[in-house]
Design a binder for this molecule. Structure first.
Ligand code: ADP
Ligand code: TRP
Length: 323
């Protein structure tokens, strides 16, 4: 039997290279080998997106991005989290098992507090519990995510164990699937690429904007003629993630020899990005206007997901005494 994988992505901004290399690409590759579930985590996105038009447009944009990058709805059950009310229901049941000190250990929560957020919402605090419900409803074997999500998967395993100990063996403990080489894709300022740091390279941005982002990558001030250390340069690190080993080796040599300016390296990176995503970018343009088609794809996915979610929740209701 094929192993089952599940993952979710928030519709919280434009998809960027970090999302693609750290998560989206894996999700799409894995559909050939596994039984795949992928959802748009729009309930989670409400922790940051409070504008209904933005929620709609970003959800559409993310769905289109996945389809353009090659997600095949016949192979992957692709759906919207908010269509399946069982996520929120199971979340409540878990809420009654999880303690406040347990949730206070979450990195994302600690970060929010350290950044001086005065009145963080319950949604932000509870974020890992909803994520545990998302995952456990479908009993997956693997959860492919970027490294920043590791703790959330560990918390999911803890929550599953707590439930199993209290009510009997119900949930299988999922494993995170994290690719070390793309665990942390750097952004234009050298720190982790993230929508929240404003340092992204957006794979479906208009060419002019994409160029601006690539040209804005921060480099050191080594003069053009001097030799440079490829491994210390964000431009090279990003190039390496998209290029073949031979192309990477060639660029590394040019860095070490000197005579290559960072501006030239950036141009090579921009060309690489444009050629790598050429087909996907065309498909994206084409699908953006097809709202009905995209809605229909997600609705069909929701139907398949719903039947599994109902069956797990029924089992949980039986075990907890609601049935
Ligand atoms: P962001 O940090 O931009 O808000 P998300 O938290 O929405 O991104 O992440 C969506 C997925 O992309 C997650 O699985 C996450 O681990 C992965 N991801 C995001 N940024 C990176 C990055 N810089 N490197 C590797 N993976 C990333
Ligand atoms: N927290 C994840 C992120 O920010 C999104 C997410 C929500 C998720 N539910 C999930 C990922 C379940 C994997 C499995 O990227």
């Amino acid at each position: 039997m094929k192993k089952r994988i599940l993952s979710g992505v928030q519709p919280s901004g434009h998809p960027h290279l970090g999302n693609y290399l750290g998560a989206m690409r894996r999700h799409i590759e894995m559909q050939e080998e596994y039984e795949c579930f992928l959802f748009i985590a729009d309930l989670h996105a409400l922790t940051t997106v409070k504008d209904p038009e933005l929620m709609r447009s970003q959800t559409h944009e993310l769905a289109v991005a996945y389809l353009a990058l090659g997600l095949d709805p016949k192979k992957t059950v692709f759906f919207k989290q908010s269509d399946i009310s069982e996520h929120a229901e199971l979340c409540w049941i878990f809420d009654c098992l999880v303690t406040v000190p347990f949730l206070e250990r979450a990195h994302a929560w600690k970060d929010a507090k350290n950044k001086g957020m005065k009145e963080p919402t319950m949604g932000l605090f509870n974020y890992p519990v909803l994520q545990a419900a998302d995952i456990l409803l479908y009993k997956p074997d693997l959860v492919p995510v970027g490294k920043d999500q590791k703790q959330h998967i560990e918390m999911t395993r803890d929550i599953a164990t707590t439930f199993n100990n209290l009510f009997g063996e119900t949930f299988k403990l999922p494993e995170p699937e994290i690719k070390e080489e793309v665990a942390v894709v750097p952004g234009t300022d050298g720190q982790k690429m993230s929508k929240s740091y404003g340092n992204t390279i957006d794979i479906f941005a208009q060419e002019k904007e994409l160029k601006k982002q690539v040209m804005g990558i921060i480099t050191d001030s080594t003069p053009v003629e001097d030799p440079k250390t490829p491994e210390e340069c964000t431009v090279f690190k990003l190039y390496k993630l998209l290029a073949t080993p031979e192309e990477t080796e060639e660029l590394a040599e040019r860095y070490k020899q000197g005579g290559l300016g960072y501006g030239d390296a950036k141009k090579l990176l921009l060309e690489k990005i444009l050629s790598h995503f050429e087909q996907a970018r065309e498909k994206y343009e084409n699908l953006m206007g097809k709202r009905n088609f995209v809605t229909q794809v997600l609705e069909e996915g929701s139907k398949k997901a719903k039947s599994i979610a109902i069956s797990t929740l029924d089992e949980v209701k039986g075990k907890t005494g609601y049935k």
